[in-house]
Design a protein. Structure first.
Length: 284
């Protein structure tokens, strides 16, 4: 697939945008899709200013009409990058917000993938990449809605990998850790749009994203290697220094006791109260 076409969803901001521009700079055939029409003109203007060529399309993955339009495109590599991040405790989050989190980050990802996967099956080749998260492999307080959607996405990706292997279709995940794109800090602002609830348990005004955050530029090159098939690793945690932490948390569940720490505040809950928003890793 020397002339492969790469579709990146959620390319209007963050990792998706950085990856799309880097691939375009490399001369790759990129379709950068964005959620809203207002993002199309902004991205086109930036592409002209940077002197790069890429196709920019409006694609809201939750919109059936948009998905049907996208299925007409000839795509060799599908990068499911679009996502939202809803913060807040699981005992407080409104139903609508919880359902929206799973709709965007899990259900609509698969609905979009279905027809592209069938076209890849006909061609007996293709690559499907999911931008997941370390939050699909480990959890932290007040990110339960997001982590739950990413855990679901991890299960979907693993299942697709097994189902599609006989058709010569590669599936991989990219699992970024906490990077300072604004995405994590905005997560802890979403509660401001929630309906008033006098019984709310946690005061989100006092809580921030409980991790120090890295330079997002670190993600681009490892992600591109996955997208272009230059690495054959199925799961790709970035930075690699977090791999051990992810494994240790998963392993700890096998020995965790139901009465462990009862009556005491969890250390990561406390850290969410103590840390400042947008704390850089090197500053902590």
């Amino acid at each position: 697939m020397s002339e492969e076409t790469i579709l990146i969803t959620g390319a209007g901001t963050g990792f998706g945008k950085d990856i799309a521009f880097r691939l375009a700079e490399m001369g790759k055939n990129v379709i950068a899709s964005v959620e809203a029409m207002s993002q199309v003109s902004a991205l086109e203007k930036e592409a002209r200013e940077k002197g790069v060529s890429m196709r920019i399309e409006k694609l809201d993955i939750t919109n059936e009409k948009d998905r049907k339009k996208a299925w007409e495109w000839d795509v060799d590599v599908l990068v499911n990058n679009a996502a939202i991040k809803e913060g807040g405790s699981l005992v407080d989050i409104p139903e609508e917000n919880l359902r929206r989190q799973f709709d965007v980050n899990a259900i609509s990802q698969i609905l979009l993938t279905q027809k592209f996967a069938r076209k890849m099956i006909q061609k007996k080749q293709g690559r499907i990449v999911f931008t997941s998260s370390v939050s699909g492999l480990m959890v932290n307080p007040f990110s339960g809605p997001y982590a739950g959607s990413k855990y679901a996405l991890e299960a979907f990706a693993d299942t697709l990998s097994r189902e599609l292997q006989e058709f010569n279709i590669e599936v991989a995940t990219i699992n970024p850790g906490p990077y300072l794109t604004g995405f994590n800090d905005r997560e802890f602002e979403t509660w401001k749009d929630w309906p008033e609830d006098p019984e709310r348990v946690f005061n989100m005004e006092e809580i921030s994203f409980p991790f120090e955050q890295y330079d997002p530029k670190e993600v681009v090159e490892p992600a591109i290697k996955v997208i272009l098939g230059e690495t054959k690793q199925y799961r790709n945690v970035v930075p690699e220094s977090m791999i051990q932490q992810v494994k240790e948390q998963a392993e700890s569940l096998w020995t965790k006791q139901t009465d462990e720490g009862l009556g005491q505040r969890n250390e990561m809950v406390q850290k969410a109260y103590d840390i400042d928003p947008a704390t850089k890793a090197e500053d902590y």
